[in-house]
Design a protein around this ligand. Structure first.
Ligand SMILES: Cc1cc2nc3c(=O)[nH]c(=O)nc-3n(C[C@H](O)[C@H](O)[C@H](O)COP(=O)(O)O)c2cc1C
Ligand code: SF4
Length: 693
């Protein structure tokens, strides 16, 4: 049972004509499922309903075809034929008593582009602000356009009602929503009644809310989502203006949904922001209106959540990523299972999916967007097959997840780890700057495993094929991980590069083992990043903090974020700029000579040298697959040893970000003795014909 200090989180709260059963509010988040088949997303939201959320929202849903924002992939509701898919979504949300919400968006200046061939419409004629940076400008909305927009919103609201949604969120945050474009002086430079004073800039939002209230307000709550600070310079919609806006329009929506930042400058979700980081921006806004307020901040601690409500900062605890990492977060708090909460690590891998037209994945939650698969319930595992015993070799993310899930299925699992700690590379990486939350990958699984009686863990166990053949386990999972290469093999240089033996060449493994001198002042270190994820930026930071002059050479166009879709460019640039790191983009390293590295432009091949004292090679990783290869070579001995299968998983099979490893571990466990994972899309089969709007 739950601790009564958390009772406050389970109080019902009114939102317009509806009452939410508790204060857990899943704010809109995309998932890469898109509009083509909302069934997978419906299954995902249905699981959240089971997980106890009081309010569950869709992602942003385009309400008109002129606002499509491909290659970002999201829902749409711009014609009647979009209704049945969304009806299945709202049905799934409501199964366990949650209120179902839909977020309506018109992306305006942040929307149409090269892919969609539409002319972007915005308050003022300015260059568009999408990630794709197309050389396109928006056309300024004329009075007829504004009337059309208002009508389109009303039509979408009516369709939302038919599709069964209790709440409609109007998107005016993150630089995406047309409401923000009107509110911000940066994007609204009009001189008519829609521009100039805040009163005028609010006019469009006021008109749309009033129109929608008139059309569906008796049955549907209207919420307004704005960014607490647009963070795009002096003309941006500032925190002070947000407060003025809320005060001026206090009773306009049925709820204020307060988010943060813009996608363009990557000031929204970030691993560098602590839990509840938004508090300073949101505090006091609740007093400006009698309507409830929801805010976000990677909330996973019920103590922080309860404090936010008790101190009157928020009425609802808004969660996007924490609800992805653990769809059962509210239920676990309700049942007093705090230790079972699987906390979000803030890696933003989930965000890369919808931005690239691919299904999102989550580092912590391997079943995210796989909920439709037969038996892939996040909390319940399929019963084990005919076999009983499994040996898992290696306790990194893949091995730990495999052990956790196999033990839940009922197998007797023996986990053998070569070192003295659990976690593999994550155990070392969690000590690096900005990566402490990575430790949650290990902590969650370590605790879960410690609660099981059918897992035995052995440390200091570096096994040989002979050892494994002698044990007699029925199945063996090899999760022996990977290490960083020192020879310069990378995507820019697929064979080892010439390296002068007089030069010091480190890898991230060396730095984590602290082989480098503590004080590097007076030294120049070239950090060569061909990995393109967090490690390049982190290594540059460690070297600079040790006093070195750091030159970060990367073959990517972005720093330490392969497509900038983990949204960390802003934070990483600030951190590296503050440390004086010299960043050279679009360059590879081709050779390491005495006292210098040779670099080339990835496009022209033109070479130039950079003088330095040491090179830190964040180039690529290589699998630790010796044990697996040795066991494959001894396949003829398996039957006598009682071995039915040997599989290699995670980095040992192919190095990749942690999310790939936890998924591989989970999938191995789910599929052992059960190879047919099947297709279980109940929603797809239940297409309901509905009346047109
Ligand atoms: C994968 C992902 C997709 C998102 N998509 C949307 C969206 O469609 N609409 C929106 O208003 N916010 C979106 N957001 C922002 C979240 O609603 C939220 O404001 C932000 O992630 C901070 O909350 P958190 O710390 O609980 O994740 C998205 C966030 C994530 C992680
Ligand atoms: S992918 Fe990372 S940031 Fe996103 S929910 Fe999962 S753990 Fe959190």
């Amino acid at each position: 049972m739950r601790d009564n200090k958390y009772d406050i989180l389970f109080e019902p709260v009114r939102i317009g004509p509806h009452i939410a059963k508790n204060r857990f509010y899943q704010v809109p988040h995309c998932n890469g499922g898109g509009y083509r088949d909302p069934s997978a997303a419906a299954a995902m939201r249905g699981i959240k309903s089971e997980g106890g959320w009081g309010v569950i929202f869709t992602e942003q849903t385009e309400m008109h075809h002129t606002s499509e924002i491909t290659p970002f992939i999201e829902l749409r509701l711009w014609e009647d034929k979009d209704i049945p898919g969304l009806r299945r979504m709202s049905d799934a949300m409501k199964v366990h008593g949650a209120l179902a919400g839909i977020q309506l968006a018109y992306s305006g200046i942040n929307g149409p582009n090269f892919y969609t061939k539409e002319v972007p419409l915005a308050p003022s004629a300015l260059p568009i602000r999408t990630f794709t940076n197309d050389p396109v400008q928006a056309r300024a909305l004329d009075k007829q356009d504004i009337k059309n927009l208002r009508r389109w919103f009303v039509n979408a609201a009516k369709r939302s009602k038919i599709a069964g949604f209790d709440l409609i969120c109007l998107y005016g945050a993150h630089g995406f929503g047309i409401f923000q474009h009107f509110l911000s002086r940066a994007t609204n430079q009009r001189t008519d009644e829609y521009g100039g004073s805040l009163e005028n800039r609010s006019r469009f939002a006021r008109e749309v809310v009033e129109d929608i209230k008139e059309a569906v307000g008796d049955t549907t709550a209207i919420t307004m989502r704005v960014s607490l600070d647009e963070t795009i310079g002096e003309l941006g919609f500032s925190n002070a203006e947000v407060r003025e806006f809320v005060e001026m329009n206090a009773n306009l929506p049925d709820l204020w949904d307060l988010a943060q930042g813009t996608w363009e400058d990557c000031s929204g979700p970030s691993r560098f922001k602590e839990e509840g980081a938004q508090e300073i921006l949101v505090k006091g806004i609740r007093e400006l209106s009698s309507k409830p307020v929801v805010g976000v901040g990677r909330f996973t601690s019920p103590d922080v959540m309860a404090r936010m409500v008790r101190q009157g900062v928020l009425d609802f605890i808004g969660c996007a990523r924490p609800s992805i990492a653990d769809p059962f977060l509210p239920k676990k708090i309700e049942e007093g299972r705090i230790e079972d909460i699987r906390e979000c690590i803030g890696c933003n891998i989930c965000i890369t999916g919808d931005m690239t037209m691919s299904i999102s994945r989550c580092t912590q939650n391997p079943t995210f967007m796989e909920e439709w698969r037969k038996g892939w319930h996040p909390e319940r595992m399929n019963a084990k097959g005919d076999s009983n015993t499994v040996l898992v070799v290696g306790a990194g993310p893949a091995g730990l997840e495999a052990t956790r899930a196999l033990s839940l299925r009922g197998y007797d699992v023996t986990l053998a780890e070569a070192t003295t700690t659990l976690g593999g590379r994550v155990a070392r990486e969690r000590l690096l700057p900005g990566l402490s939350a990575w430790g949650r990958v290990v902590d969650y699984r370590q605790y879960q495993i410690s609660q099981r009686t059918n897992v035995e863990t052995y440390f200091d166990s570096r096994l040989t094929a002979e050892d494994v053949l002698g044990f007699g386990f029925e199945h063996v999972a090899i999760a022996t991980g990977s290490h960083w290469r020192r020879d310069g093999v990378a995507r820019q240089h697929v064979v080892p590069m010439p390296i002068d033996p007089s030069m010091t060449v480190w890898t991230p493994d060396d730095i984590m083992a602290k082989v480098h001198p503590e004080n590097l002042s007076g030294k120049t270190v070239v950090v060569y990043d061909d990995d393109h994820y967090y490690m390049g930026g982190v290594m540059a930071e460690v070297m600079a903090k040790a006093g070195a002059k750091v030159i970060l050479v990367t073959s990517s166009a972005y720093v330490s974020d392969w497509t900038r879709n983990t949204l960390e460019q802003g934070a990483i640039h600030v951190r590296l700029d503050d440390l004086g790191v010299d960043i050279r983009l679009n360059r590879g390293v081709t050779a390491i000579r005495a006292g210098e590295v040779e670099t080339n432009c990835v496009y022209t091949g033109k070479r130039s040298a950079i003088g330095c004292d040491a090179v830190l090679m964040v180039a690529s990783r290589t699998s630790e697959d010796q044990l697996f290869n040795d066991l494959i070579a001894r396949q003829g001995d398996w039957p006598d040893a009682g071995i039915k299968s040997v599989k290699i998983i995670g980095d040992a099979a192919a190095p990749a970000p942690i999310a790939w490893a936890t998924y591989a571990g989970h999938r191995y466990a789910r599929e052992l003795d059960t190879p047919d994972i099947g297709d279980d899309l109940p929603f797809r089969r239940e297409v309901t014909q509905l009346e047109p709007a």
